[in-house]
Ligand binder design. Structure first.
Ligand code: SF4
Ligand code: SF4
Length: 328
């Protein structure tokens, strides 16, 4: 940060002549270098104090206000600000030292849909937009059907990222593929490129709950959501930054989801923590459509040795309806 402060002080004349856009970039750069301050957009106002009683250093720093004006403040008036989430720039970098991986044990999934409900709730998603879907699968008529949850697979070679014309979707050092909805122009090239159909288009103006009315947007939360842009499962990076599990993993009552750090060869479903490589070896883990070469960060364990009978969602629904009608 100090390096940039010095640069800001000596470039005073240049700064005044810069275009608004160039100034904005400089402001964003300030936001990055002052990462401890977590300042971007509306957060900047909270990031420095104008408390005149505080001792000053005499060292001046140029900053830009949220209404686009350049102003000069004493370095001592810059202070850390707590905020809800990482800035767009911080969000692009990922969490150092991590390489996140998910394992989904198909033998445990009973279609409880608690994972999906938690995802919908925490990402403020309406009924029609689902980032996490659970499909009924059946290989042949002779084999038993099973349930298969499908989030974004956070591919290591993501075709979705390659086609984005404005760099709105990107892959981070920790393996997470995110979307910056403030950059997204809604062209939907990424939706066409994803072979797993995990992306959804937000057609409608989102209803923003009052509690989030003043939330600062971050690609790590995708809140507030933006009409006319693409969304998808994000592995809940805001939770990961707090050392917590993604919402779907924490919500599943059957221990279907394991999540962890490939660099540590460790995953947990909340109940048990196991070696990733051993789990994949013991249970014949595989990756969905591996032959495509996208190298997903999500593995599946086959639906072998299930200890519960399969219950069909639609059939159960119809039966329930039938029963209700008879009772009526
Ligand atoms: S699953 Fe689709 S959206 Fe997710 S990273 Fe892979 S290609 Fe991209
Ligand atoms: S819809 Fe958005 S994220 Fe997808 S390719 Fe277009 S600009 Fe990029």
């Amino acid at each position: 940060m100090s390096e940039h402060i010095e640069q800001s002080s000596t470039n005073e004349e240049n700064i005044n002549q810069e275009s608004t856009e160039a100034s904005r970039r400089k402001f964003l750069k300030f936001g990055v270098l002052a990462a401890g301050l977590t300042v971007v957009g509306g957060g900047l106002q909270k990031a420095f104090s104008t408390d005149d009683k505080k001792d000053t250093t005499g060292k001046k720093v140029k900053v830009m206000t949220t209404d686009g004006k350049l102003m000069e403040v004493d370095e001592s008036h810059i202070k850390s600000a707590k905020h809800c989430c990482s800035s767009s720039t911080e969000s692009r970098e990922g969490i150092p030292g991590k390489k996140f991986v998910m394992v989904i044990d198909l033998s445990r999934c009973k279609d409880a849909l608690k994972c999906q409900k938690a995802c919908q709730k925490h990402h403020l998603l309406p009924e029609q937009d689902k980032w996490l879907k659970v499909f009924k699968m059946q290989e042949t008529e002779e084999t038993a059907p099973y349930w298969m949850p499908k989030p974004c697979l956070h591919c290591d070679k993501p075709p979705c990222v390659k086609v984005c014309p404005v760099d709105a979707t990107f892959k981070r050092s920790d393996g997470i593929v995110l979307i910056d909805n403030e950059r997204c122009i809604g062209c939907r090239f990424c939706m066409a490129a994803c072979p797993y159909s995990t992306r959804v288009f937000n057609w409608e103006e989102p209803k923003v709950p009052e509690a989030f009315a003043n939330a600062t947007y971050s690609p790590e939360t995708s809140v507030p959501r933006k009409k006319g842009t693409v969304e998808k499962c994000d592995f809940c990076p805001d939770m990961l930054r707090q050392g917590k599990l993604p919402h779907c993993v924490a919500a599943c009552p059957n221990g279907v989801y394991y999540f962890g750090n490939r660099n540590e060869d460790s995953v947990t479903n909340g109940d048990e923590t196991v070696s990733l490589s051993q789990l994949l070896k013991d249970k014949a883990g595989y990756r969905y459509l591996e032959s495509l070469g996208t190298e997903p960060s999500v593995y599946y364990l086959p639906p072998a040795n299930r200890i519960f009978p399969f219950k069909d969602r639609e059939v159960e629904g119809d039966k329930a309806k039938e029963n209700t009608e008879k009772k009526g």
